[in-house]
Design a protein around this ligand. Sequence first.
Ligand code: NAI
Ligand SMILES: C[N+](C)(C)CC(=O)CC(=O)[O-]
Length: 345
Amino acid sequence: MTTKGPLMTSPEKTSPDPTSPKTTSSGITPPENVRRVACVGAGVIGGGWVAHFLARGYDVTAWDPAPGAAQKLRRLVDAAWPALTSLGLAEGASADRLTVAATLEQAVADAEFVQESAPEKLDLKRDLLARLDAATPPGVVIASSTSGYPMTDMQTTAADPSRLVVGHPFNPPYLIPLVEVVGGERTDAAAVAWAARFYESAGKSVITMDNEVPGFIANRLQEALWREALHMVANGEATVRDIDLSITEGPGLRWAVMGPMLTFALAGGEGGMAHMLDHFGPSLKSPWTRLEAPELDTELYDAVVTGCDEAAGGRTIADLVAERDQGVIEVLRATGRLGREGGAR
Ligand SMILES: NC(=O)C1=CN([C@@H]2O[C@H](COP(=O)(O)OP(=O)(O)OC[C@H]3O[C@@H](n4cnc5c(N)ncnc54)[C@H](O)[C@@H]3O)[C@@H](O)[C@H]2O)C=CC1
Ligand SMILES: C[N+](C)(C)CC(=O)CC(=O)[O-]
């Protein structure tokens, strides 16, 4: 299930709504009315989350146990602020609305949402989430930025695991819209739904998973690509530069506009994904087998073709070609790779 949040550059749509009721009858703040966010762990990702939430007009309280963490965090926010200002800040947004708390308990005492971004170590996450659960007001959703641990494995020691969700961001969280949201076996579905709505109202694009997909969705795709890249480097088949150029000068340009499914539907010309599978399916058997391929049975074939039709949403192949081409040109221009005469350098 995928929902697209408001554009990152439309802050007026996403700043907390001061006119709506502050809490529901259960005492939980509706996601759109959250004003106070706590960020626990303030490194690359936690700091990025802090910058994002400040730019969206929230009051942010942060905590990180490392010596000098407060200064490091303020440097990170200061460095991100010009870009965030040029993209457009939410009304009332200010870097001064950041408080660095002395203890974890102080950081979350008043929070209406908690984002945990501590190091990727399972035992540490387990203990920290249990500690956060003990210190955070009842019912408040606590999200982990983990890039791969299933919440089921992290929520084992928390007294109330029902409010613990994964909210996996992409670096830097203040620029890349996507957040992958999923609960664990002991998470309440309402907490997952609440988190998805909260991230949307905070300007993010959200993918919600109903089950714990190993590696989530986007990271699993990235990991598959990266695994192959590392094999090629290890075998002397490609250099690191070859790997990066192969994406930035190749498929990466299209992927900024259209995902891998619709991109390949266009490889089938007027025949779309169905022709693409008929034409290239047999020759892809070899690389798919090397990678332990899925069987391209009728079910998978139909799912891919139907999924592409749905994603096209009534747009014709010609519409999609025009949209892709325009988007690629804009990406080339935006990344300074357009020559004076408008051609790619
Ligand atoms: N770096 C990346 O590209 C991405 C990382 N993530 C996830 O975000 C989380 C944080 O990763 P990074 O920011 O890259 O790591 P980092 O090493 O930059 O930051 C981790 C921070 O956590 C602090 N910390 C250490 N022990 C702590 C504790 N017990 N409680 C609270 N904070 C503690 C550290 O002082 C440090 O500032 C991980 O779960 C990671 O998988 C998710 C998406 C992308
Ligand atoms: C490298 N990483 C696995 C931590 C990356 C992510 O989790 C997401 C990202 O920013 O690409």
